[in-house]
Ligand binder design. Structure first.
Ligand code: GLN
Ligand code: MG
Ligand code: MG
Length: 441
């Protein structure tokens, strides 16, 4: 056992933990758990826990279904809403080779980080997930009725949810999250919680956990928390902006105090790489049919492939940074329905591609691009993101860098699952169509 693993065994004893939840995620980003009695902890560390991978979305074919979970001791956290249970995030091991399983999203992100390390970089990430809190009906089913009428940065009594948000934050902190800030978002019933930056793997682990924690604590208040990107038409949707920076030997490689934007050449090349691959990235960072209802002009969500040092209609923004360590870029297109491991992995690969190819970064756009007409957009050479999931999947399949970033297992499985999801949507007849046509024709 490693020192960290022995420490976990001691904490299990000391804190009276009865059950361990071994956590991992499937390709679609859904958190999966295997619960084992705490007495199994030592065995989980030394031998791993076997499970049948054939029942997990996109993992394996039935014929080769034995997988092993290898818990990462550094992720031990007691569940705040069930204090005799603790969770451990696991790597998935292929039992036939003993190697990390290529279909494990955590392994896909680790590959991206290994590439960054080869180039001399550590990757930091900080997300800003947004979500809605909705009331439940008498049967406990989620509605789309918001429980408050607050707006951006409103405080109680208008922000009735501040109690819930406080409980959520206490819960997250108990689990070891460093929360930077939280506030009421623009739409009624909409909230945002910002994480302190951390290495990209820990941050992805935290995002995966975050959704579970937020939902569990909201449910204690009889509310349903949703990370669906656009639950209500014609009001702001929920994004998950992600801030990235690369560090070399503890120094921020994105900072250059002599630059007009405090950004180094490396930061600009990374930005250029993300912009260059943006349409394909969208398939992973905005992976649902509903994601594309958010990416429309007028609701503070980006649509146009450009960067800016001030306005929020661009895909990438350079936030004001007061200290060198804070120089970073903010990718504004991801939404919280993404698989955080896969989304970070493809974004990092795209950025590194920009660095390796020394891509040129155009000047930032300072005007509000929402107000540009097509002619002006053409003049500036500004492209748009895919307008639906089908186009995004096409872009993914046509972009070798992004497709290969997913690895040989996840790439094809992801495309297959998302094509099926889009096909299912295309044959549906929506309420909008009935309202518009039923009595007209
Ligand atoms: N909700 C917006 C989005 O969809 C962001 C609003 C904000 O953070 N200012 O990205
Ligand atoms: Mg926000
Ligand atoms: Mg933001």
């Amino acid at each position: 056992l490693t020192e960290e693993e022995s420490e976990v065994l001691k904490r299990i004893d000391r804190e009276g933990i009865d059950f361990l939840r071994l956590q991992f995620t499937d390709i679609l980003g859904t958190v999966k758990n295997v619960s084992v009695p705490a007495e199994q902890a030592e065995k989980a560390f030394t031998e791993g826990i076997y499970f049948d991978g054939s029942s997990i979305e996109g993992f394996v074919r039935i014929q080769e279904s034995d997988m092993r979970l290898k818990p990462d001791a550094t992720t031990f956290a007691v569940l705040p809403w069930r204090d005799t249970s603790a969770r451990l995030i696991c790597d998935v091991i292929d039992t036939t080779t003993g190697e990390p399983f290529e279909g494990d999203p955590r392994a896909v992100l680790k590959d991206a980080l290994a590439r960054a390390e080869k180039l001399g970089y550590e990757v930091n990430a900080a997300p800003e997930p947004e979500f809605f809190l909705f009331e439940e009906d008498e049967e406990g089913k989620a509605t789309t009725n918001t429980n408050d009428a607050g707006g951006y940065f409103d405080v109680a009594p208008k922000d009735l949810a501040s109690d819930v948000r406080r409980d959520i934050i206490y819960g997250l902190e108990e689990m070891g999250f460093d929360i930077e800030a939280s506030h009421h978002e623009v739409a009624e019933g909409q909230h945002e919680i910002n994480f302190e930056y951390d290495d990209a793997l820990s941050t992805a682990d935290n995002v995966a956990t975050f959704r579970t924690v937020v939902r569990a604590i909201a449910a204690q208040h009889d509310l349903h928390a949703t990370f669906m990107p656009k639950p209500i038409a014609k009001v702001n949707g929920s994004g998950m902006h992600v801030h990235f920076s690369l560090f070399t030997d503890g120094e921020n490689a994105f900072h250059d105090e002599d630059d007009e934007f405090d950004l180094s050449e490396v930061a600009k090349q990374f930005t250029a790489g993300v912009l260059d691959h943006a349409p394909a990235l969208a398939a992973v960072t905005n992976p649902t049919v509903n994601s594309y209802k958010r990416l429309v002009p007028g609701y503070e969500a980006p649509v146009y492939v450009a960067w800016s040092d001030r306005n929020r209609s661009a895909l990438i923004r350079k936030p004001a940074a007061r200290v060198p360590a804070a120089s970073r870029i903010e990718a504004r297109f991801p939404d919280p329905s993404c698989n955080p491991y896969l989304a970070f992995a493809v974004l990092i690969h795209a950025g590194l591609d920009g660095i390796e190819k020394e891509m040129d970064c155009e000047d930032p756009i300072r005007e509000n691009i929402y107000e540009f007409d097509e002619q002006k957009r053409e003049e500036y050479g500004i492209e748009t993101l895919p307008t639906n999931l089908g186009e995004a999947i096409d872009a993914l399949e046509n972009d070798d860098t992004v497709y290969e970033a997913l690895g040989p297992h996840v790439g094809p499985k992801f495309v297959e699952a998302k094509r099926a999801e889009f096909a299912d949507y295309l044959v549906d007849v929506s309420d909008w169509e009935l309202d518009r046509y039923l009595e007209t024709f």
